[in-house]
Design a protein around this ligand. Structure first.
Ligand SMILES: C[S@@+](CC[C@H](N)C(=O)[O-])C[C@H]1O[C@@H](n2cnc3c(N)ncnc32)[C@H](O)[C@@H]1O
Length: 293
């Protein structure tokens, strides 16, 4: 069943293609997720930025994109301060595979990144690693993903993406901070979208090991009490009763729970009224601290 939403909710169009290749990114769901964002917010925050699919879809007139992972934020800051240099970063590495073996180039750049974590190498690694899976060894933080089977996109198509993303994110500031710091910055009337690393399927990925969903719930609760609206994406597949991945959803924090799948969504209350979700391909869930109608 398709929801009909009133006009206080916005329609956003996602970018044509992703700037970074990133497993678990929200590109496919971005149009659907952002339909539940109010239009009347001041600053838009995305404190678990990753590849920024939602931020680029919203393209806010005032926004803060942040993530705790520094090499990633180097890329976003470069996109804003000097997009041509970002293209240079990519071309200097991507052009090597025209003459050298792709796997050798990849391993060379991976070694350079592991010696000194930096945005320029990381950019090439996200575009060329296996399945866009950015995986770090737990013991020493070594980036261990093997080379992908695909050919990384040519420089001219990367340059096109840079142009589109730079345009969309002109009014956004990028910060390398923990999400808790970003939450502290948000004021009444702001909107925060969260896509935290916690989920069973992401336990091997960057940042996911030490992440506490309970702490995040606490921050969301505080933000809500200050008049900040928060939308939280959570793995939609693992669910039983009122538990998210075996962690209880706190009372009185979320007003709405929406099941998102590609191109459609359902409200929980439709399920209550006898519709079953079992037959649907539910891929993601969105929890909102505000009412949608
Ligand atoms: C699931 S990804 C976000 C993906 C993003 N929605 C997209 O479309 O690409 C989670 C992100 O949270 C970041 N992260 C993990 N722990 C964090 C923390 N304590 N504070 C801020 N960011 C954190 C990771 O670096 C990762 O980029």
């Amino acid at each position: 069943m398709q929801l009909s939403l009133d006009s206080k909710f916005a329609t956003y169009v996602p970018p044509k293609s992703q700037l970074l290749k990133w497993v678990g990114n929200k590109h496919r769901f971005a149009g659907e997720i952002t339909r539940y964002f109010p239009t009347d917010f001041n600053t838009f925050y995305e404190p678990f930025l990753g590849s920024g699919a939602i931020l680029a879809t919203v393209a806010p007139s005032k926004g803060i994109g942040s993530d705790v992972f520094k090499p990633l934020m180097d890329i976003w800051q470069k996109l804003k301060s000097d997009p041509n240099e970002l293209i240079e970063w990519y071309s200097a590495r991507r052009n090597r595979i025209e003459k050298e073996d792709k796997k050798i180039v990849y391993e060379d750049i991976k070694a350079s990144f592991n010696k000194n974590q930096n945005g320029a190498d990381f950019l090439f690694l996200t575009r060329s690693c296996y399945g866009g899976i950015i995986r770090f060894r737990k013991t020493d933080g070594y980036m261990s993903t093997p080379c992908g089977v695909h050919t990384p996109i040519p420089v001219h198509s990367f340059a096109k993406r840079v142009k589109e993303w730079n345009n969309r994110l002109k009014k956004v500031s990028f910060l390398n901070i923990d999400y808790k710091e970003a939450f502290e910055m948000a004021k009444e009337g702001d909107l925060i979208y969260c896509d935290p690393p916690y989920s069973h399927s992401q336990s091997i990925l960057y940042g996911a090991q030490d992440f506490s969903l309970i702490d995040l719930f606490e921050k969301i609760k505080e933000a809500k009490s200050r008049g900040v609206k928060v939308a939280l994406s959570i793995d939609g597949k693992k669910k039983s009763g009122n538990l998210i991945c075996d962690i209880p959803i706190p009372e009185n924090v979320f007003n709405e729970e929406i099941f998102i799948s590609v191109g459609r969504s359902m409200l929980r209350r439709f399920q209550m009224e006898g519709q079953t979700l079992e037959a649907e391909v539910v891929s993601d869930r969105l929890l909102l601290t505000y009412d949608i109608n």
